[in-house]
Design a protein around this ligand. Structure first.
Ligand code: 21W
Length: 237
């Protein structure tokens, strides 16, 4: 059986992506053939003695840029009809769960990871989509590729034990989740909220909804339906 999803990463540092995605749930998804992850290294597509992949920016400025040609050749080596090419860049649209759900429908994703100060601007038209994972500065696109591939892989049917758990979760319905607790019922004097141990499923559902709404209103009011004025009734203790 072919994998549900094939992902290729165009990167100078494949180990930055391969290693974290060899652990835990995604590592197992790869072993079980749900996800096939490949790499195409621009350095392998150079022709000069020093295998040069970077150069100084025109117009001056600090740092180095990745050259267009090795990136282009590395992309060309893995691109097929029907591939979706994603450029990871701080200038991209913010990656979110909605985009993860869209990408999970695809058969072949290619991530282009910049490093140093970025990539020669002339490669950007090769991408179907430009994504950022948030407003902070990374050393390159590789950690961002890891985050996106992780978020997409867990949405592949069969990767999670309870795959129905991925449809209605945090961010998809626009709310943070209520707090979770496991045994013991009292830990260092801290009790689990009585609603959760009541055995009353309606009471539990209502408690979770109230918690989710007040938590979202307090810490992430930017997330959709901030219902009324969410008071901090969620007094932990
Ligand atoms: C960081 C590339 C900064 C370019 C002036 C002088 C991919 C990323 C990246 C990087 C710059 C993502 C500068 C969130 C990220 C990524 C490497 C710009 C800085 N300005 N999502 N030097 N954050 N980062 N140059 O950093 O490639 S997705």
């Amino acid at each position: 059986m072919p994998p549900a999803l094939k992902v290729d990463a165009v990167t100078l540092f494949p180990g930055m992506i391969d290693a974290p995605l060899s652990e835990s749930i995604v590592g197992r998804a790869r072993q079980e053939g749900f996800l096939e992850l490949g790499f195409s290294n621009p350095r392998d597509f150079t022709e000069d003695r020093h295998r040069t992949v970077d150069d100084r920016p025109y117009g001056g400025g600090t740092g180095m840029l990745m050259m267009a040609e090795p990136v282009y050749r590395a992309l060309k080596a893995v691109r097929k009809k029907g591939s979706t090419v994603i450029l990871l860049t701080p200038k991209g649209r913010r990656f979110d769960q909605r985009t993860a759900l869209e990408l999970a429908k695809k058969k072949h994703l290619i991530f282009i990871c910049g490093h140093y100060e970025g990539i020669d601007e002339r490669v950007t038209p090769l991408a179907d989509l430009e994504l950022s994972i948030g407003d902070y500065v990374l050393t390159g696109g590789e950690p961002a590729a890891v985050a996106v591939i992780d978020a997409v892989t867990r949405l592949i049917p069969g990767v999670l034990k309870r795959s129905d758990a991925t449809v209605n979760e945090t961010f998809t319905d626009g709310l943070l989740e209520a707090p979770h607790y496991t045994r013991p019922a009292v830990w260092r004097g801290k009790k689990v909220p009585p609603e959760l141990v009541s055995g009353n499923h309606k009471l539990i559902a209502e408690w979770r909804r109230r918690q989710a709404e007040s938590l979202t209103g307090d810490t992430r009011p930017d997330l959709a339906p901030a219902p009324k004025k969410a008071r901090s009734a969620a007094k932990k203790k």
